[in-house]
Write a new protein. Sequence first.
Length: 410
Amino acid sequence: MYDWVVLWEWVEIAARWLHVITAVAWIGSSFYFIALDLGLHRDRNLTSGADGEEWQVHGGGFYHIQKYLVAPASMPDHLVWFKWESYATWLSGFAMLVLVYYLGAELFLIDPTVMELATWQAVAISLASLAFGWLAYNTLCKIFVNADQNVLMVALFVVLVAMSWFYTQVFSGRAAMLHLGAFTASIMTGNVFFIIMPNQRVVVDDLKAGRKPDPKYGKIAKQRSTHNNYLTLPVVFLMLSNHYPLIFATKYNWIIASLVFLMGVTIRHWFNTKHARKGNPHWTWLVTVLLFLAIAWLSTAPMRTVEGEAKLKGEALVYASSPGFEEVVGIVQGRCSMCHAAEPGWEGLYWPPKDVVLETEAQIAHEAKRIYLQAGVTHAMPPGNLSFIEPEERAKIVEWFRAAGAEDPV
């Protein structure tokens, strides 16, 4: 049994590593081509009939790149298609979703304090929401096809905010943030699979048949590629969020997620403006910092008190002697120690998560900050609230920690 658990752990590791590798490949090529397109010199009358050109230097050599708005006069023998990076990223990400959240639904997907769901119900909602994301987005693109693209982006942002709230009303905080990332990533891969690649195939087929391709196909493909460019950074943030309870396990996590999308826009706007040689909008960094500070404040806003914060002491003895410690020990031993033990009692666990053991008073006092952050300020622990820790118990953990005169570690 032990060998099977270890093997399964390595299956998850392999899937996660593959997801990271393919995501890096996709993001790298996407960012490069957007930067290249924005930086093309289009004020030159090129004898080749190209829309623009760019000279670049890298790796000890020089590159002369030209872009044709529709297609060159003849089809080259070797044409490189950029598609598998996107497909492999989505497929490996979906594999992770299945391995961690579907097969581990009780721990990571379902939180009974949020919504009572059977595993099949939670999985069905997950799959349906991903399909809905593409349908809703694609419909908006068709409705606003001839409108100001800023209007389309606002409409998309409204959908993302609504889904941020929806996911937090259905799944655990960790799963909600992950699903919002998967929701957005599915839109991005849908753009590649359903729009960008088919449109490019139409252009190639027309060129091979001796027909003049309709420029609308290239225009639509570029629109979707630009959308992907602005959505990439928020997706990366959301995929990393499950490591930080101050993001996913707080009261205003859905607002935090919404603000992350705005940060993605401000950051990419700076890069895109620079690449297009249209200035250096430093104001975007100020806005990004302000948004980040707002997110940090929101992560602990519900738990703040009027009293000022005390000086950091950091000694385990301070926490052990703080009022309410005995009660907190009972809470932790009753709600946390079945997993955080030298020999965990939870089925399927063969070592304590993060090597954190919470069996004795000394161990609990030593891990005071983690307990405060994971089970007091946020609801990250226990996963899915499987041990049914009560809000009153979380409040007692916060009260005990702050009574020790310690400064909030946030």
